[in-house]
Design a protein around this ligand. Structure first.
Ligand code: 5AD
Ligand code: SF4
Length: 462
């Protein structure tokens, strides 16, 4: 079969990065190989994000840049098909088709297992294709088994969101909450572990809302699933993201106490520290309730730390509300965070609320908030000096003989180590701390038997 070139650009969240990989998997049997640049590609997929206005606008500027490439390919007698996938496709599919004639296909996040069929139709000149259904058949049943691309892998366990925070488009673009059956997840983890994966990030829009069918036929929550994943040979580390404070239950907290592989680092978005704003956001908890959850998780493991998402300038946010967020940051001392200016999204309740905050004020608040978070992150990294920690090496460093890995708290850790240690876990003593990363020495003899990571690339093409 003649090889064809597939270029995928992914915007936005981790779920999109995961989906991009799965789209590549689903197109591989049709002879499509992933390439690093769009020039000359037979199929270009823009896997889009709709969460903030800026993210959504990028699609149209990227489509503009693709036009000459598509025309160039046509002038040579070839054809570049252009597909828009992801959440912009879901939210604005029809408009995209109307506004951008270069788009051949629009495919929503729940329908991309049907991509091969759509591509075949476009190739047969059967017209432009649009599929933004929320099909009754779960797409996972139609996707090929994923392959480990390195020692740290993602496993999608849950999708969609029923929370309807008043600022957010996700419940509209990704649909209702859906949890994969535990059996399917465990089979996937076993397979990835046998290919050398060591760290497993369980992925979901609302990952701790997981309620899948358990091996015993009952309903399993995330805590129960984590325990089953931890029993699989080769699983050294388990993470999960993104969770919601409302769905942190007793069993999940107990799992943090009892399962050593579960990392002591949780991304637990709070968005705001003001009860008034939390209520207007429909978050379903107060600042005090959030702090109580943090305390319970810390009681489960004393090395537990947190990261979060913040929105500044939500409609009606006063200086006092904003200060409440800053206070909460000081109390929890988040070691990492994603923070954003509120961006009104069409169709969401908050977009129509009174008291929209001026852009300059949002910028001022964001800059001060980010400065505070950076200070805390630097202090946390500084506190790691002289400590020993487990590091999983997942990529080569900038210079020969160097490797980079991740600490249990997701800090990048740079070391000097032989290339054969790539894909392995080792004890590292931290000798240098920078605001964004650490450097250390591998404790002699501590490299766990791992996998020859050269293997991963060979396996990819196998
Ligand atoms: N404006 C700004 N930030 C937003 N987020 C979601 N919707 C919006 C919006 N309309 C942020 C939230 C969420 C993260 C993924 O993106 O902080 O947790
Ligand atoms: Fe959006 Fe809220 Fe659902 Fe998160 S919980 S995806 S912020 S609606």
């Amino acid at each position: 079969m003649a090889k064809k070139k597939l270029y995928i650009k992914s915007y936005g969240c981790q779920m999109n990065v995961y989906d991009a990989g799965r789209m590549a998997d689903v197109m591989a049997p049709l002879g499509f190989d992933v390439v690093e640049a769009p020039d000359g590609a037979d199929l270009v997929i823009l896997n889009t994000c709709h969460i903030r206005e800026k993210a959504a606008e990028k699609v149209f500027s990227d489509l503009g840049r693709l036009r000459p490439l598509k025309e160039g390919k046509a002038a040579e007698g070839g054809r570049m098909m252009v597909a828009v996938a992801g959440c912009v496709a879901q939210a604005e599919g029809a408009e995209l088709m109307a506004r951008a004639p270069i788009v051949d296909m629009v495919v929503g996040p729940q329908a991309y297992h049907r991509l091969p069929e759509m591509v075949a139709k476009v190739e047969r000149q059967a017209g432009r294709q649009i599929d933004t259904d929320f099909p009754v058949e779960p797409k996972f049943d139609f996707l090929p088994a994923p392959r480990a691309s390195g020692p740290a892998v993602f496993v999608s366990i849950q999708e969609g969101c029923d929370k309807f925070c008043t600022f957010c488009v996700v419940p509209y673009t990704r649909g209702a909450e859906y949890s994969r059956p535990a059996q399917d997840i465990l089979v996937e983890v076993k397979r990835l572990a046998s290919q050398g994966a060591r760290e497993f990030t369980l992925l979901g829009q609302n990952v701790n809302a997981y309620h899948g069918q358990g091996l015993d036929g009952g309903d399993w929550g995330l805590g129960r699933l984590v325990r089953a994943v931890a029993e699989i040979e080769g699983v050294d580390r388990i993470r999960y993201t993104t969770s919601h404070p409302r769905d942190v239950d007793d069993d999940l907290i107990a799992a943090h106490r009892e399962v050593p592989a579960l990392t002591p680092f949780i991304h637990l978005p709070v968005q705001s520290g003001s009860d008034r704003i939390l209520q207007a956001m429909n978050r379903g908890h107060t600042a005090a309730e959030y702090l109580a959850i943090i305390e319970r998780l810390r009681a489960a493991r004393d090395d537990m730390v947190f990261s979060s998402d913040f929105i500044v300038g939500f409609p009606g946010e006063t200086e006092a509300d904003y200060q409440a967020t800053m206070d909460l940051i000081d109390r929890v001392r988040f070691i990492q965070a994603f923070s954003f200016k509120y961006s009104p999204r069409p169709g969401t309740p908050a977009a129509g609320m009174g008291g929209q905050v001026p852009e300059e004020e949002k910028s001022r608040r964001l800059i001060a908030l980010q400065a505070r978070l950076t200070e805390i992150q630097s202090a946390f990294n500084g506190g790691c000096l002289g400590q020993e920690m487990d590091v999983l090496f997942d990529r080569p460093g900038r210079h020969p003989g160097q490797l980079v890995g991740r600490s249990p708290w997701m800090q990048p850790v740079h070391v000097t180590a032989p290339e054969m240690a790539l894909g392995s876990m080792a004890r590292v003593r931290v000798v240098k701390a920078s605001p964004n990363s650490l450097a250390g020495d591998v404790i002699p003899g501590s490299i766990l038997p791992g996998v020859d990571v050269g293997d991963f690339s060979r396996r990819e093409s196998a």
